[in-house]
Design a protein around this ligand. Structure first.
Ligand code: ZN
Length: 293
């Protein structure tokens, strides 16, 4: 199958395990995480294999918790030429944290990722896109920690995240952080989620593709897609005590997601966030900091 155009879009992966998602945060005790079956290492290597097969480059927003336990993931992401970025440490939604707690979480993750990879980490994605008008102080923290960009907003109506009135295109915050919202489709003044995750899994492929093609045809900005390694793992353990809503959100179509990802890899050209927004996020100060250690 030939790719539809040479134009490149942005592929992102939020690297976390199946038990760390916000949908299960009230039923899975954090203290039990280490005793559960871990599947993130295997699943992430599978994602990396798929990307290699289709010559796709991506940004991997990795949890510090995962990086600390599975440095092989970090090595492979870097060796395969992808961009490594931060998804925070413990996957706590920022809307539930104090400023000090958020600082500690983000700093800890950055330190682990930098120590493990030997690279400066400049990109950040908040767990569950949890930056909204209640916590824009997060951008002060990101600035303080030398991040250059964030991809932490999803301007849609959703129970866990999103502020539909927020920008749909990349912009500089007043703190100098480039915020790059994941993609939405604007139809008749309403924003629809077309960036991936659960919506991509739940809706039929033809509808997803139609929405993406509409975006690509009508928008100057690159389309940005995201998914998680656990979404291509239909054999993951099930949490029977989860609510029906959470079960539908997390378990529907896990068995066909890999095939749907492959279709996207076949149909479009993919690059990382830092390649797509190279000019906006490159800074001499950052280069200097790396050299000075
Ligand atoms: Zn996440």
């Amino acid at each position: 199958m030939s790719k539809l155009s040479l134009r490149k879009h942005i592929l992102t992966v939020d690297v976390e395990d199946y038990f760390q998602v916000s949908a299960f945060e009230n039923i899975v005790d954090r203290a039990s995480w280490d005793s559960l079956e871990h599947r993130v290492e295997h699943n992430t290597h599978k994602v990396l294999d798929l990307f290699n097969e289709h010559n796709a480059k991506a940004t991997f927003f990795v949890l510090g918790w995962v990086a600390k336990r599975y440095p092989s993931i970090i090595k492979r992401i870097v060796d395969d030429g992808h961009e490594l970025a931060s998804h925070g440490y413990g996957h706590q939604r920022l809307t539930t944290l104090t400023q000090q707690q958020a600082f500690t979480d983000i700093e800890q993750s950055k330190q682990i990722l930098e120590d493990t990879s030997g690279q400066l980490i400049t990109g950040y994605r908040a767990p569950s896109f949890s930056i909204n008008s209640s916590n824009t102080w997060i951008y002060d923290i990101l600035k303080q920690l030398n991040f250059r960009y964030s991809s932490s907003t999803y301007p849609i109506n959703h129970d866990l995240y999103g502020e539909p009135s927020w920008p749909r295109t990349a912009y500089q915050t007043k703190q100098g952080i480039l915020e790059i919202p994941v993609s939405t489709l604007k139809l008749a003044s309403k924003n629809y989620p077309i960036a991936g995750g659960g919506y991509y899994r739940l809706l039929p492929y033809w509808l997803n593709k139609q929405a993406i093609n509409h975006f690509v045809k009508n928008e100057m900005q690159p389309y940005m897609f995201y998914f998680h390694p656990w979404e291509i793992d239909p054999k993951q353990p099930r949490f029977k005590q989860a609510s029906n809503k959470s079960k539908i959100r997390h378990y529907t179509n896990l068995n066909i997601m890999e095939g749907k990802i492959v279709k996207l890899l076949e149909c479009f050209n993919w690059q990382s966030v830092s390649d797509a927004y190279q000019e906006q996020i490159t800074s001499n100060n950052l280069t200097k900091e790396i050299q000075c250690g």
